[in-house]
Design a binder for this molecule. Structure first.
Ligand code: GDP
Ligand code: IMO
Ligand code: MG
Length: 430
């Protein structure tokens, strides 16, 4: 009865709308599992007039009969996780039975957050624009084999391990000559929040996930960030510190590659990016400003304004290839209503030549977009619930994308609410 796990992940620079769609798809699954990233993520869900932002907890948590797992590839700040749980409890969501945490997930220490800030401050104008949640330093300690894991909190020598790592961090912070922090206060809150783990369901999650798959239960792996922020394939060094691509679901949950089924690639009908780094189709004019205002493009985690621009097909094709995307989900086309014309980047111009190839050095090479211009649509799409209600110009837009990338768009989102979603007939669950 073995089945396969499906993966849902972002194809752009994050904030594509993963949280909303995971919540919409959850009824088809028994388990929703986060596989990488940490509280740098902000996944927004809206239903029944409520808006909720999740950072560490998978977006299936509002369905009480579904298991939500924080996998080994995730990094956890117990202070943030505790606050998230408290907020859910206030909303009447009891996580005691359906939230599970991998013992192998790494812990974000207070000093990791200070190191993140110190590293960014030292870079000046060249800063990454990190969310300052300690993500980079925590993954550095993981791969450097110095990290602390959730399971360590159950061991007797936890205090010594913590003290040793803190000592190392303080030396590093000192070498940055960074002084803008209050460690005792942060440490007190962190230590108190660790109590949380004694009440949570800690598991050897790779066993749990594989038992589910073997028993024919459906698992959906929920990505964080997006492909263009991947540590290997994103616009390095302006990336996050984990593998956000499909392969990350294998390492971040212990799922074998031949046990991956459908790969849902999610993208906005335009592009956004928070933080620094190259963005070929970025708009610095009133069109970009309109996208930001209408699309409410302000970070779910940091509140920073998101940079906005036109859809980038070469980047989308690249992301589809790296992830083996089998179905596309297009978000936020409602935001484009009322634009006279829409532009879609179909190639780049680099040193006078046209190319679709993203070069090694995207930081110093200016990729100039080559645009196809399409007719916009006027109608408000937020009330549309079926394909035949959509204007011809919209259909031409999605048909053009499908033709270019050769993967079907099976879900269309036309507003932040759960209900503002059209699922086309072709949707396949592995
Ligand atoms: P995630 O990080 O991928 O989960 O995405 P975020 O939650 O950070 O950002 C997506 C934002 O767009 C949130 O504010 C959502 O409520 C909102 N949103 C999601 N889908 C749609 C849509 O189809 N139309 C509009 N207008 N907003 C949407
Ligand atoms: P979700 O899951 C958008 C960006 C930051 C910064 C870079 C590195 O909500 O889509 P980090 O804190 O990871 O070291 O920051 O990555 N970034 C995100 N941008 N959505 C996210 O998550 C992001 N998580 C990190 O803005 O540019
Ligand atoms: Mg987000």
């Amino acid at each position: 009865m073995t089945t396969k796990a499906d993966v849902l992940l972002g194809l752009q620079w994050g904030d594509e709308g993963k949280g909303k769609i995971v919540d919409v798809l959850t009824p088809h699954y028994q388990m929703i599992a986060r596989f990488q990233g940490g509280p740098n993520a902000g996944h927004t869900l809206e239903f029944d007039g409520i808006k909720h932002v999740l950072h560490t907890i998978p977006s299936g948590i509002f369905h009480p009969d579904k298991i939500n797992l924080i996998g080994n590839g995730v990094v956890i700040d117990p202070i943030i996780l505790k606050k998230e749980i408290e907020k859910l409890t206030e909303r009447g969501v009891d996580v005691s039975k359906n939230l599970f945490v991998s013992r192998k997930a790494h812990l974000i220490l207070p000093t990791h957050k200070i190191l993140d800030a110190a590293s960014e401050a030292s870079k000046g104008l060249a800063k990454i624009g990190s969310t300052l949640k300690g993500i980079g330093p925590t993954y550095m300690d993981k791969t450097g084999r110095n990290g602390l894991r959730v399971g360590d909190t159950e061991l007797n020598n936890f205090s010594e391990k913590y003290a040793a790592l803190k000592k190392k961090h303080l030396e590093m912070i000192n070498s940055y000559n960074f002084k803008d922090f209050d460690l005792p206060a942060a440490e007190k809150e962190w230590m108190e929040s660790l109590q949380l783990f004694s009440k949570l369901n800690l598991v050897d999650s790779e066993h749990m996930v594989n038992e589910y798959i073997q028993d024919g239960k459906k698992v959906l792996a929920e990505g964080a960030q997006g492909t263009l922020l991947d540590i290997d394939f994103g616009s390095y060094p302006f990336v996050t510190s984990s593998n956000t691509v499909c392969a990350g679901a294998c390492t971040g949950l212990g799922i074998a590659p031949n046990r991956i089924g459908e790969v849902f690639g999610i993208f906005k009908a335009y592009c956004t990016r928070v933080g620094s780094g190259p963005f070929p189709t970025e708009l610095h004019d009133e069109i970009g400003e309109k996208m930001r205002q209408v699309g409410r493009e302000f970070g779910s985690t940091t509140g920073r304004p998101r940079r906005c621009g036109w859809l980038d097909i070469p980047a989308l094709k690249y992301a589809i290839q790296i992830n083996g995307v089998t179905q596309l989900i297009m978000m936020k086309a409602d935001v484009l209503s009322g634009f006279e014309e829409l532009k879609v980047c179909i190639q780049y111009e680099l040193n006078g030549n046209k190319t679709s190839h993203i070069p090694f050095d995207v930081v110093n090479n200016e990729l100039k977009p080559v645009y196809k211009t399409m007719k916009g649509w006027k109608a408000d799409l937020t009330q549309c619930r079926a394909m035949d209600e959509l204007p011809a110009e919209f259909m031409a837009y999605i048909q053009f994308i499908e033709q270019e990338v050769k993967v079907p768009i099976t879900v269309i989102s036309l507003g932040p609410d759960r209900e503002q979603t059209i699922i086309r007939n072709e949707l396949v669950i592995a």
